[in-house]
Design a binder for this molecule. Structure first.
Ligand SMILES: CC(C)(COP(=O)(O)OP(=O)(O)OC[C@H]1O[C@@H](n2cnc3c(N)ncnc32)[C@H](O)[C@@H]1OP(=O)(O)O)[C@@H](O)C(=O)NCCC(=O)NCCS
Length: 150
């Protein structure tokens, strides 16, 4: 990700939450998770110390991004609603997994939303705990998941 892509990344995150997570989280939960007007200073801070990979179409439009830490924690994975179920998250996750495996990481961790749980499950992640994250006083159900790298 380049600095110039920060605002597109923040916009894609908001769009993904409000469109793709609508079947699993109500309006209040989605607003708590992704406020409509993203604060770019907060985003810069949020991505500090993470590696962020972006998927970009030939048209240069952003299709998705993944943010992860050197210790194997996958922090964020979001895909543009128009590009959902076309393999974008699969490719982003595969790139992150390969880079982390090359760096000697043996276990991947994530906190998967209700939407992302089946995605991570089909990539070999197992649920280790159900969690209730609180954002702005609103509770969101999610799952701590782990995957051991060969
Ligand atoms: C979860 C998310 C990242 C998946 O991205 P995607 O690019 O659509 O995923 P892919 O196309 O690579 O999916 C690969 C496989 O994962 C599974 N999968 C993906 N999304 C799924 C869903 N919504 N429901 C059930 N299975 C799903 C399917 O097995 C899929 O294969 P198929 O399309 O051949 O059936 C995307 O839906 C998203 O951004 N969701 C909203 C935000 C979110 O919850 N992010 C994760 C925060 S932890």
């Amino acid at each position: 990700m380049r600095e110039a892509e920060l605002s597109a990344v923040a916009r894609l995150f908001t769009d993904a939450v409000h469109a793709l997570a609508a079947g699993h989280y109500d309006v209040a939960q989605r607003h708590a998770w992704a406020p409509r007007a993203p604060d770019l200073a907060q985003w810069r801070e949020r991505l500090r110390g993470r590696t962020v990979l972006v998927a970009v179409a030939e048209s240069r439009d952003l299709r998705g991004f993944i943010a992860y830490q050197d210790d194997g924690h996958i922090d964020m994975l979001f895909v543009a609603p128009a590009a959902a179920r076309s393999g974008v998250a699969t490719r982003l996750c595969a790139c992150a997994e390969a880079a982390l495996a090359d760096a000697g990481v043996s276990v991947l961790r994530t906190e998967a939303s209700l939407v992302a749980r089946p995605f991570f499950a089909q990539r070999g992640f197992a649920v280790v705990a159900e969690e209730h994250a609180v954002r702005g006083g609103v509770t969101l159900r999610r799952f701590a998941m782990r995957k051991a790298l060969a």
